[in-house]
Design a protein around this ligand. Structure first.
Ligand code: UD1
Length: 364
């Protein structure tokens, strides 16, 4: 039984692929649009391998509104959209903001009224500028410190204004308006891989996030990790983040989508985090433990735009969405290592036979 059909933009990327997998595992039909700029079609094979179902795929650029229209026309059953966004320096605004506007316009023309947006905790910026805002609640004022965060915050505003206007206009006209809903999911730091070792992040160039970089140090692709600053006012001098397993994060999308469909809340801005903060040194230690040796690092000056502490207060997601993290950063480290050590070439190689065998056994 199919419970709904969801358009997932960026669905072959890291978070999009896990979200697509979770939706399929929960009886949604998934239509992916992606231009494959920074991702691989092989992700579709891995999704199918793990859950036995394959997402429908259209190679489409999210900024191409006419192409999006064709996708909606080909799949009139689409009732919701889950929007990922790329991280293309200099193109951030065109792709993230422009692309989201194209998507919303095309959705409106095809009467698709629920949108789950991948926002980021980075929209809060430095929450320590206010007293008592760590762990960060959703009412913490927005104040992004980098371009990426500003695009995310801008799209949150666009979606909020759009959904509110649709509701108001329909209500004034005496028509049903509650079908218009948006969830703004503020991700903390997504990491980890599928526990099968068959699906994970496959950055096309040099990664710049902490855990993928640690993975490269562990495989010997990079000589050491550069720790960006040990002079923060934290317990060991390094910055604190709330690392969330990508499988938990994907489940958060499912919970948010269910919430929109059942409760029709209008707008909901919601943190997806664990509530537990870890320092950079703690992450190096945890990853070194699963690898079985101390990974080398050098301390260098702080990175511009970095903030001291991004730790979530996840109560809203816990209570409203009935969602909470089930895995810890230690699990994310173990799963990431399983992925990286078994698939040094990511999706540009065949999956190892023993992992396929283990998957078969786990399904039997
Ligand atoms: C980064 C982005 C943020 C985005 C998030 C998710 C910046 C400034 N922030 O967040 O906008 O939402 O990714 O994709 O780019 N670290 C090191 N050495 C490294 C890499 C990271 O010490 O080589 C430290 C960072 O200073 C930070 C922590 O590790 O304290 C996590 O870094 P990272 O994985 O890049 O995520 P964020 O900076 O939190």
């Amino acid at each position: 039984m199919v419970v709904g059909t969801v358009l997932v933009t960026g669905g072959t990327g890291y978070i999009g692929s896990f979200t697509s997998l979770t939706l399929l595992e929960n009886d949604y039909q998934v239509v992916i649009v992606d231009n494959l700029y920074n991702s691989s079609e092989v992700a579709l094979d891995r999704i199918e391998l793990i859950c036995g179902k394959r997402p429908i795929f259209h190679k489409v650029d999210i900024t191409d509104e006419a192409a999006l229209d064709k996708v909606f026309e080909a799949h009139p059953e689409i009732d919701s959209a889950v929007g990922e966004s790329g991280e293309i320096p200099l193109e951030y605004y065109r792709v993230n903001v422009g692309g989201s506007i194209s998507l919303l316009r095309s959705m409106e023309r095809h009467n698709v009224t629920n949108v789950v947006f991948s926002s980021s905790a980075t929209v809060y910026g430095d929450a320590t500028r206010y007293p008592n805002m760590i762990p960060i609640p959703e009412h913490c004022p927005i104040g992004p410190t980098n371009t990426y965060g500003r695009t995310k915050s801008m799209i949150e505003t666009v979606i909020t204004d759009h959904v509110n206007a649709q509701r108001n206009n329909l209500q004034k006209a005496g028509k049903a308006f509650e079908q218009w809903n948006g969830a703004l999911l503020r991700y903390f730091n997504p990491c980890g891989a599928h526990p099968s070792g068959l699906m994970g992040e496959d950055p096309q160039g040099v990664p710049y996030n902490l855990l993928p970089l640690l993975g490269r140090v562990a495989t010997g692709d990079r000589p050491k990790l550069l720790v960006f600053g040990d002079d923060y006012p934290s317990r060991d001098g390094t910055a604190i983040r709330d690392y969330i397993h990508v499988v938990d994060l994907a489940k958060g999308h499912l919970s948010a989508l269910k919430y929109l469909r059942e409760k029709k809340p209008g707008l909901l801005a919601c943190n997806l985090g664990s509530g537990r903060g870890s320092t950079v040194f703690e992450m190096i230690k945890a990853f070194s433990k699963v690898v079985g040796r101390d990974l080398p690092y050098d301390v260098v000056p702080r990175r511009q735009g970095d903030v001291l502490d991004l730790t979530a207060n996840p109560s809203m997601a816990n209570e409203l969405l009935h969602w909470k993290t089930e895995l810890a950063m230690e699990d994310a480290c173990a799963d990431l290592w399983k992925w990286v050590s078994n698939n040094p070439k990511g999706y540009r190689q065949d999956p190892p036979a023993e992992l396929l065998e283990a998957l078969k056994k786990s399904k039997a």
